[in-house]
Design a protein around this ligand. Structure first.
Ligand code: SF4
Length: 360
């Protein structure tokens, strides 16, 4: 096998056996990483976890690959030590997406070798040319099924794949996605292994763990399901103000559009309902608006449903207006909405439909 691995590769692809071997060769003790001399690595590890909580995909910092390499197992240890499934899933998803983005920049032969080194899959280069697409790789059916188990999209079902002679044929993009999913599964599977049940973070790292857990807790509630349909009386003042500007046909800043759209899709409004809302805006372009709303709702593109920005971000854009008593503890417009819904008595589901009849 011809792959020459650099430190940059080990930083980009932490699932490679060589990345683990490199870390082992440094003979570092987990507890020691809280010491001053490793503060840069610890900050990177904490940033990695915070990024995953914020769903931020930060490119690998290749100016200091060594810190990147070590920051990965440290962040992973903190995530495992948290015993939070929510954090584990979030971390695994974002790390996997980061790997996928890196892989998509690589030539096909390199993706192939990284897959072989990382997962021991028997992938072959085949250079199959169909009428409508080129499929340069083949993977045994069994390996494909193992890696693609969590893909819900119809695109990944075998019926929509080119399968022949016990192998599935793929293009580079699909192979990159498959590798990143394999990595994600590896992170999640490891957490359920028996030896991990008793894993505890060393005392020296405990304060950092508490900080991470607090941050995760603050964000976790945004993921709780909300009743479907907008309840007008529960809207936070910032969203009310943007909606009033929309009604008045004013043109909106990019951030105001983003805040309103993310808010509406997160309270369960349909793409058509959100589109109707923007119909009055001066520079309305239905095709463009529909595409953006579908993207934000996670129906196309990265398939990530975006959340509205937090209160401090809206504040910095001058969009936090008319604060009231519920704003004091909110920190996030969806928190405000959730609290107000409870106070209003949880009649959300029907009120959304009622709102629309009233034309709110
Ligand atoms: S504090 Fe938050 S929820 Fe309240 S108006 Fe400002 S941005 Fe909106």
């Amino acid at each position: 096998m011809s792959l020459m691995l650099t430190k940059e590769d080990l930083a980009k692809y932490p699932f490679l056996k060589q990345s683990a071997a490199y870390i082992e060769s440094m003979q570092l003790n987990l507890g020691d990483l809280a010491a001053e001399e490793y503060s840069g690595i610890l900050s990177k590890a904490l940033m990695r976890i915070r990024d995953s909580i914020d769903r931020k995909i930060r490119p690998v910092d290749l100016s200091d690959p060594e810190s990147e390499i070590i920051s990965y197992p440290l962040s992973l240890a903190l995530v495992y030590g948290s015993k939070s499934n929510w954090l584990l899933n979030r971390f695994a998803s974002i790390e996997a997406k980061r790997v996928e983005e890196e892989l998509r920049k690589e030539p096909g032969d390199r993706i192939l070798e990284i897959a072989k080194f990382g997962f021991s899959w028997e992938i072959e280069r085949v250079d199959l040319k169909l009428e409508y697409e080129e499929l340069p790789f083949s993977i045994p059916l069994q390996s494909y099924l193992e890696a693609a188990t969590n893909f819900n999209d119809a695109h990944w079902k075998l019926i929509n794949r080119y399968v022949k002679g016990g192998s599935v044929f793929l293009n580079s993009g699909s192979l990159a996605r498959l590798i990143s999913e394999g990595f994600k599964s590896k992170i999640i599977r490891r957490a359920s292994e028996r030896e991990m049940h008793n894993f505890r973070i060393p005392d020296t790292l405990a304060p950092h763990m508490d900080e991470i857990l607090r941050y995760a807790q603050e964000n976790m509630q945004f993921d709780e399901e909300l009743p479907q349909g907008l309840v007008s009386d529960a809207r936070p003042p910032c969203i009310v103000a943007i909606m009033e500007d929309v009604k008045a046909g004013k043109s909106l800043s990019h951030m105001a559009r983003f805040a309103l759209t993310t808010f509406m899709v997160n309270v369960g409004e349909s793409v058509d309902e959100v589109l109707k809302l923007f119909g009055n805006v001066a520079d309305f372009d239905e095709g463009k608006a529909r595409y953006q709303i579908e993207h934000i709702a996670g129906m196309i593109g990265s398939r990530t449903k975006y959340k509205p920005p937090k209160c401090d971000v809206l504040r910095s854009f001058g969009l936090c207006v008319g604060m009231d008593q519920f704003c004091k503890k909110a920190k996030h417009p969806l928190n405000y909405y959730r609290t107000k819904l409870k106070i209003l008595g949880g009649s959300g589901g029907q009120t959304g439909a009622r709102d629309r009849k009233k034309g709110v």
